[in-house]
Design a protein. Structure first.
Length: 287
């Protein structure tokens, strides 16, 4: 494949993800959050508040609110990220202001609206992130802060900004429930993003300290088909030599591996570590 064809293919995939992600994003924001009168976190939530107060279009308002943040953070985050995100913001604005005002909105339970708003917002944002893009707003702000001050917690910065917008939404919409619905939607969106981006490929890493390394490794192989890596180690408290086994497996296999270990060596020390992605034979093959 020539470089030109490769670039066209990448651009086409980026645009496809932008379109599908923008549809999900608009459903979460317009179909559910706007009609249930609560504001999720971020600039989109702020745009919803302004729409409620003054009838301003959500997409255009979000785009305008992004301008000062983009000007501040563009140099820090790089030209490519900025251009991709700008494309995503334009596409999502079209769906928010041109398409979805003419679609039916959800008019049922506000709590269900908050849950589904979070699901669709999270799915849309995950699709943007998977292509190295974003919806702008607090994504730019938090990433720029993280790049400039790497010792700060990205989660704490994001949560602080979101809580400010959600709290303002509670005041503007005139009830505490609006703030609680905003919190619920933001939490669900974060969970969905993690599950889409990492959940399908996530697994467990078992760190097993035992006196019967080879026997345990053989039994793990028989029960699950997984191999292990043995490392010689010495306990600093006892001074005795022991073996450490590293075994990467799926979530469903981790319970069986743990049982196998304790059946052979009840005194074994087992640690289960969450892994976002596992590459290699039996997992994701690197391209």
């Amino acid at each position: 494949m020539t470089n030109q064809k490769k670039k066209i293919r990448i651009l086409a995939m980026d645009l496809l993800y932008d379109i599908i992600g923008s549809i999900f994003y608009a459903i979460g924001l317009y179909t559910f959050a706007r009609m249930a009168e609560f504001a999720p976190g971020g600039l989109s939530g702020l745009a919803l508040i302004m729409n409620h107060l003054w009838g301003l279009p959500i997409g255009i308002t979000t785009l305008v609110l992004n301008i000062p943040i983009i000007l501040v953070s563009c140099r820090i985050l790089g030209r490519m990220f900025f251009l991709k995100s700008l494309k995503t913001m334009v596409v999502s604005t079209l769906f928010l202001d041109v398409v979805f005002p003419y679609t039916p909105a959800y008019t049922g339970s506000p709590f269900m609206a908050a849950l589904y708003s979070g699901v669709f917002l999270g799915a849309g944002l995950a699709l943007f992130y998977m292509r190295g893009s974003s919806s702008g707003g607090t994504d730019f702000l938090t990433m720029a802060i993280r790049a400039r001050y790497p010792y700060l917690s990205l989660g704490a910065v994001t949560m602080g900004i979101d809580l400010l917008v959600i709290g303002l939404g509670g005041v503007v919409f005139g009830n505490v429930d609006a703030a609680l619905y905003g919190l619920a939607a933001t939490f669900v969106a974060s969970t969905v993003i993690d599950k889409i981006m990492y959940g399908l490929d996530s697994g467990k890493l078992l760190i097993i300290i035992t006196n019967h390394g080879q026997v345990v490794a053989d039994q793990i192989g028989q029960v699950t088909g997984r191999g292990s890596t043995a490392i010689r180690a010495r306990g600093t408290y006892t001074g005795h030599d022991r073996e450490v086994l590293l075994c990467a497996c799926s979530r469903s296999q981790s319970y069986r591996v743990k049982n196998v270990v304790h059946e052979i060596d009840p005194r074994a020390f087992v640690m289960l570590v969450e892994t976002n992605q596992v590459f290699g034979e039996g997992f994701i093959e690197e391209s």
